[in-house]
Design a protein around this ligand. Structure first.
Ligand SMILES: [Zn+2]
Length: 379
């Protein structure tokens, strides 16, 4: 059965299977969730399950309909994604889709439209899409696929059935990462934690050097000694430099894209694309800061678990087990118990802080509160 090819998403799978079985398939679905967890694959399998003649509702995977849908190129299953130039889905493309949707399907088939990165529809495109949702042709399913549902109009949200995808459990992630990246189990805990169980993000983090970043961020905390004032200030600065990398990298990529973008792009469309680019850069900046705190939090959490549970503790930084144990000995249990709250408070403050100096002070203060820097103590 084709549904078996969808891993780690039993909620959406059961929900969609139930919709077919109970004859409650609706015309609009919004598949949301992190990148790379199987939203597109699920949409294809759903389209196959709707159209399979050998195993209706299941998708045999063998019949001409199933094969064509999975491979791409089935006459009744259409895929739309952002064009390479504008990185947007424009009104004309949705208008074409609408026209196709109104043409009758071959035989008794369901017509299925999969819109990848649906958040890249500009406002005009979203409004035309809404019209299609309001007057859907019979036996037509429109599936919006996105990891950024916030960019879609509230009216689209309210007219679509939301299907939320989530990260994979560790039991699925570990063999996947072993097969795809050949990394040992100890390191896959870190990737699972950092990526929130999202395999696509885990692979990207790995390729972008997450282990080097982790060394830079928590390495000094793992040295097992207190910092001097100079070291504490330098570390806070370094954390901020690292946190700014994703935003800077994305801004440079988008700038390059903008330069290559079609000059004939309608000015309204260009404005929307620019606004979206700016929002994405701020989100990347935010994500960079979150990553720093995630790494610090993982270390603090591991120290606490190690001191309370001992060698059986389910550490995130399992590959650094002996250093965790050495570091944990430097603190009392009550000190360790207070640390996660301190890190979370600092994270909230740092996210809200408007400027880099303000963020630096928050990070320095956190180092004092966590006991890594004792001002006045010269050792
Ligand atoms: Zn089939």
């Amino acid at each position: 059965m084709l549904w078996d090819s969808v891993k780690g998403q039993s909620g959406p799978v059961v929900f969609l299977q139930g919709a077919i079985a109970k004859d409650r398939v609706v015309s609009g679905y919004l598949f949301s969730g992190p990148e790379g967890v199987g939203k597109s694959l699920t949409a294809s399998v759903f389209a196959a399950a709707l159209n399979c003649r050998d195993k209706p509702g299941e998708g045999c995977g063998e019949c001409p309909d199933c094969r064509a849908i999975v491979r791409g190129g089935h006459p009744d299953v259409h895929r739309l994604s952002p064009s390479s130039k504008s990185r947007s889905i424009l009104a004309g493309e949705i208008r074409d889709m609408r026209r196709t949707a109104h043409l009758s399907a071959r035989g008794d088939n369901w017509k299925v439209f999969l819109i990848e990165e649906a958040d890249r529809m500009n406002t005009a495109a979203q409004n035309i899409f809404l019209k299609t949702l309001e007057e859907p042709p019979p036996k037509t399913v429109l599936i919006l696929i996105t990891s950024q549902p916030g960019f879609l109009l509230p009216t689209i949200h309210s007219r679509c059935q939301r299907v939320a995808f989530s990260g994979w459990p560790y039991t699925l992630m570990e063999p996947f990462l072993q097969e795809r990246l050949g990394i040992p189990a100890g390191e896959s805990f870190v990737l699972h934690s950092i990526s929130g169980g999202c395999p696509g993000r885990a692979i990207r983090s790995y390729r972008e050097g997450i282990f080097k970043t982790r060394r830079e961020v928590i390495g000094p905390l793992a040295e097992g000694r207190s910092f001097t004032a100079r070291e504490a200030v330098d570390l806070a600065e370094r954390w901020l430099d690292i946190s700014a990398r994703p935003g800077k990298k994305l801004a440079a990529e988008l700038k390059k894209e903008a330069a290559e973008r079609d000059r004939d792009l309608d000015s309204q469309v260009r404005k929307e694309v620019e606004a979206r680019d700016n929002a994405l850069v701020s989100a990347a900046d935010q994500a960079g800061l979150d990553l720093i705190f995630q790494l610090i939090f993982s270390w603090i959490r591991d120290l606490f678990l190690c001191s309370t549970i001992g060698s059986q503790a389910p550490l995130i930084n399992r590959d650094l087990e002996s250093r965790v144990a050495d570091s944990a000995r430097r603190f009392t249990t009550s000190q360790l118990r207070r640390m996660p709250g301190r890190v979370e408070e600092s994270r909230v403050l740092a996210v809200r802080a408007a400027s880099r100096p303000a963020r630096r002070i928050i990070l320095e203060n956190m180092l004092i509160e966590l006991g890594f820097w004792r001002p006045g103590n010269r050792t």
